[in-house]
Design a protein around this ligand. Structure first.
Ligand SMILES: CC(C)(COP(=O)(O)OP(=O)(O)OC[C@H]1O[C@@H](n2cnc3c(N)ncnc32)[C@H](O)[C@@H]1OP(=O)(O)O)[C@@H](O)C(=O)NCCC(=O)NCCS
Length: 354
């Protein structure tokens, strides 16, 4: 008989072992996640809960979530961070039980609705959420740029790390850029500085601003080393990628080619966070992306990635750098009335740890 209880510190090592057995995806493509501390991602949130399913003292699975406020609508919503079930316990209703328990708790905590991201090839997870009444409300793009060849940056722009004096102007740009995006909460200079400090392996030294010839801040973005919290790898690599790798292996003897990570090998990437730009100056954002790509090469990373709504103007700028784009779908369920419109959707970087 499966019982559900709150997580405790002594579960951590067993959960890490189970997560290694739980790649997210299907037979043809699945992403594995490798963490040093299973709970580190949760510590970025104001509140969080992890519920553990257990049978005869053995952990069968767990689910995690946080509840966030929408102050202007006086509402709250729950974000499901993950649900994992040990392969020995699958298809016996463990995930269903965990999700139902989570929904009860999220309701008690005042949430109006609940949602989660699901990796496109993860058909098991899509049918689990579908069966429990969740609908697919939005598809989010995760563009990944290979960083292998240094780029020249246009002399039109100066790119420097943010400092105290210009945090306010960068925040104005971020707030304007994201205005109207669902779940975006405008920053003040103070709350943005606090975020830069609070998100581990981020910090103001990794947040860059771009000035144009009139000395106006026209673009900004941060580099977040999220791999310190979770490393990803292809547990099952798509066949097309295997083929490209063998071709690029041959070419690499002649020219510089992007690295295509092998199955099981850790994807060495940096995350582009808190981007914003003046949409009349996409070249400024492109220059910043090239700058971040150059930094990634200096830091011996192979990729730069982010997560964006398809309507986010960043996507068309990134496309100039020929990214590989994967899709994560948002599945949501309402506890009262209709679901709100998840379009365009603001991706909080903290939620992007798989
Ligand atoms: C997805 C996952 C959590 C499902 O856990 P589970 O305990 O086996 O799920 P349940 O037994 O509650 O299944 C409920 C329903 O989900 C669907 N489902 C679950 N696994 C499925 C699979 N492999 N293929 C198709 N549908 C599946 C079915 O509709 C199932 O109902 P049924 O068994 O009556 O047909 C589990 O496979 C897992 O841990 N996967 C790896 C990690 C992951 O992808 N997590 C989700 C992303 S965070």
């Amino acid at each position: 008989m499966i019982s559900i209880r709150p997580f405790n510190e002594s579960d951590k090592q067993k959960m890490l072992g189970i997560e290694r057995l739980c790649p997210q995806g299907g037979q043809k493509c699945a992403l594995g996640v490798d963490k040093k501390d299973i709970i580190a991602r949760y510590k970025m949130y104001d509140n969080w809960k992890v519920l553990v399913a257990e049978e005869k003292g053995k952990i069968a699975g767990w689910i995690g979530f946080t509840v966030k406020p929408i102050p202007e609508r006086n509402k709250k919503y729950a974000y499901v961070t993950e649900v994992m079930v040990h392969p020995d316990f699958r298809r016996t209703g463990v995930a269903t039980k965990l999700l139902k328990e989570l929904e009860e708790k999220a309701l008690e905590m005042g949430s109006s609705y609940v949602y989660s991201y699901i990796y496109e090839p993860n058909s098991a997870s899509k049918s689990l959420f579908g069966k429990l009444g969740y609908s697919r409300v939005r598809d989010i793009s995760t563009p990944v740029i290979a960083t292998y060849k240094k780029s020249d940056i246009s002399p039109e722009y100066s790119i420097v790390p943010v400092d105290k004096e210009n945090t306010g102007s960068a925040v104005d740009l971020i707030n304007e850029y994201n205005s109207g995006f669902m779940h975006f909460m405008p920053f003040t200079a103070q709350t943005f500085e606090a975020r830069l400090k609070a998100v581990p392996w981020y910090g103001s030294e990794n947040f860059w601003i771009v000035r144009d010839r009139d000395n106006k801040i026209v673009a900004c973005a941060g580099l977040w080393d999220s791999s310190r919290l979770a490393n990803m790898y292809y547990a099952r690599e798509p066949a097309a990628m295997k083929l490209t790798r063998s071709v690029s292996g041959v070419l690499s003897h002649i020219i510089k080619v992007p690295k295509i990570t092998a199955e099981g090998e850790r994807l060495k990437f940096l995350y582009i966070a808190d981007h914003a730009f003046d949409k009349r100056q996409p070249e400024a954002m492109l220059s910043l992306l090239k700058h971040l790509s150059n930094l990634s090469i200096d830091m011996k990373r192979d990729y730069l990635m982010t997560a964006t709504d398809p309507e986010d103007a960043l996507l068309s700028v990134m496309k100039k750098l020929k990214p590989q784009i994967e899709i994560w779908s948002i599945f949501a369920k309402s506890f009262e009335g209709d679901l709100p419109i998840f379009r365009p959707f603001y991706n909080d970087i903290k939620d992007m740890i798989p």
